[in-house]
Design a protein around this ligand. Structure first.
Ligand SMILES: Nc1ncnc2c1ncn2[C@@H]1O[C@H](COP(=O)(O)OP(=O)(O)OP(=O)(O)O)[C@@H](O)[C@H]1O
Length: 285
């Protein structure tokens, strides 16, 4: 599998503070990577660096090109969601579609219209009269209709209701994604996106705490629900994270065989959100 993104020692500072710090990262073609981190973790900065929208230091290759010097060529093969506030409010939806069709050779008008048919955004509506969520729906429909090898989405479903969020992720997986494409998606809504991801990255304070395939959740981590006195016993072991549950504590272990833990309580594969919280709290103790 060829790498679509190759980053090494990538660093970005704002006024002496690190927004991203010495990142090493590879993304193989045909993957859907979730970039997950708390506010201020550096997600947007990293995505902007990949798009050549911000100055950064270190080695950076996106589809074999350096976005800082070859942005124009790179953008032929990349689609991304910028801030929806950039949509021209005075145009009608159909006029905007015609405009995008004129400037973006890889734009498929019929596809955009099909995506929009599933929303309440009408073709004759003036963009300025759309609600915030409808504006995002329009923006997503335009972006998904671009035949790009790399799709970069920064919090794409912010401001959308849960019904549309689910629909969007389904469309992304079923109508957009194929083995020729790669998607990098930053989000806070970990649970909603996890079923479409092939890989996840946890980012905190500009550093990568974890970068793993989704299969690692099942292969590497085990969560044991220790009730009553068992909780005290498990507390003495070397675990990755813990949280209180009714009548006891849930502990997440990294690379400990499940059969060694079953004596303490029921064992499960942890939810990615619980693993994320444990990683943010510092991981192994
Ligand atoms: N233009 C800027 N000038 C100064 N500091 C900035 C600028 N942009 C980002 N930062 C800082 O860089 C760090 C990373 O910000 P970034 O926006 O990349 O985080 P994020 O993970 O996308 O956060 P959020 O989830 O809140 O959008 C933060 O400390 C932020 O204050």
């Amino acid at each position: 599998m060829t790498n679509i993104i190759e980053v090494s020692n990538l660093t970005k500072q704002y006024q002496g503070n690190y927004a991203i710090k010495s990142l090493d990262w590879r993304v193989g073609g045909g993957s859907i990577v979730g970039l997950i981190g708390p506010n201020g973790a550096g997600k947007t900065t990293l995505l902007r660096a990949l798009l050549g929208l911000t100055h950064s230091e270190g080695t950076l290759q996106v589809m074999g090109k350096d976005p800082r010097t070859e942005r124009h060529q790179l953008m032929q093969d990349v689609a991304f969601i910028a801030d929806t506030a950039v949509l021209p409010r005075w145009l009608r939806v159909d006029q905007l579609i015609s405009y995008v069709e004129g400037v973006q050779p890889k734009f498929d008008r019929a596809k955009a219209e099909r995506f929009l048919d599933q929303t309440s955004v009408g073709p004759k509506a003036r963009i300025g009269t759309l609600s915030k969520g409808m504006m995002v729906q329009l923006h997503l429909a335009l972006t998904l209709a671009v035949d790009a090898r790399l799709l970069i989405l920064d919090e794409p479903t912010l401001g959308l209701d849960i019904l549309y969020r689910k629909q969007f992720f389904d469309q992304l997986l079923n109508d957009y994604f194929d083995a020729e494409r790669t998607i990098v998606i930053s989000t806070h809504q970990v649970e909603e996106v996890q079923h479409i991801l092939t890989h996840f990255v946890f980012l905190k304070n500009g550093e990568m705490l974890m970068n793993a395939p989704m299969t690692a959740l099942e292969d590497r981590f085990v969560e044991v629900h220790a009730l009553g006195e068992n909780a005290a016993l498990v507390n003495r072991l070397r675990y990755f994270g813990s949280r209180h549950i009714l009548g006891g504590q849930a502990f997440i272990f990294d690379s400990v065989p499940r059969h060694e833990l079953e004596q303490y309580g029921a064992c499960h594969t942890p939810a990615i959100s619980d693993l994320f919280v444990a990683a943010m709290a510092g991981g192994v103790r």
